[in-house]
Design a protein around this ligand. Sequence first.
Ligand code: NDP
Length: 298
Amino acid sequence: MAEVIDGKSVAADVVRRVKELTAELVAKGTGKPGLAVVIVGEDPASQVYVASKSRTAKECGFHSLQHTLPAETSEQELLAVIGELNADPAINGILVQLPLPGHIDAGKVIQTIAPEKDVDGFHFINVGKLGTGELETAFVPCTPAGSMLLIERVRGKDLSGLNAVVVGRSNIVGKPMANLLLAANCTVTIAHSRTRDLPALARTADILVAAVGRPEMVKGDWVKPGATVIDVGINRIAAPERGEGKTRLVGDVAYAEAAKTAGAITPVPGGVGPMTIAMLMANTLASAYLAAGLKRPS
Ligand code: NDP
């Protein structure tokens, strides 16, 4: 049976380290790292995420600011809020919770965030830095950055010669994940909905990352014996066995089957999920170190 990669424990290690490094930074006489989270409207799932981000920011010792704007906020008003946060020296990281209401152009909002405060790593400057290997100053999107840390726990930092297959090509997960694996010397293939014979391709992977959004799509016989399997997917499905109307979370990988063949695998929940918020804290801390003219902590 595969080793279970405990994302909760790795995420707790990251948060603990961020807390220590925050205390060191503050001891140098600079202010606390500041994280501003902006939410527009009342999407309940977004509110849960935002509350959890603010809570973890406080736990890290950050200055944590939350802007909750009504759903009818205009694009111009939101851009003005971003402008103020860009100019505020107490703020090192700005996160705009997605999705935004339909009348607001999310792309325009993201590109308005100052690249050095773009702790989500979605600004073109940060995407370009990751693509060109400028990892010293790039902000890398939190979910793939967290997934990479989990891979390193199992395989070490240098993945030379390993074949990696990333299933999914989104800008938020699939593409940055592929770039990180490439930077770590993997031979990388990105698969998507038009890929032919995905099971055969997946079986070539020493590292298999599933970021698709389809419950349990990756079957046990898609997994190469000994592979490291990273399941990014979070899917809520009906669970009648738990009672009427009950649901449960599953990933994009058929966990029980895949765990028989894989060398190591992330569970859902408790794998990649907890890493995302932890990496947001790490990115905000890095931004604060860079703003203070210090070397970014590794
Ligand atoms: P997107 O919907 O943006 O992208 C999904 C990708 O999967 C697309 O590239 C799509 O291909 C590909 N795909 C869809 N169907 C198939 C198929 N049958 N075979 C092969 N590829 C397919 O999703 P995200 O990248 O945003 O998220 C992926 C999953 O990760 C979701 O379950 C999401 O909830 C989860 N997630 C988890 C996070 C966490 O914190 N753990 C954070 C972010 C996301 P094509 O481009 O051709 O359409």
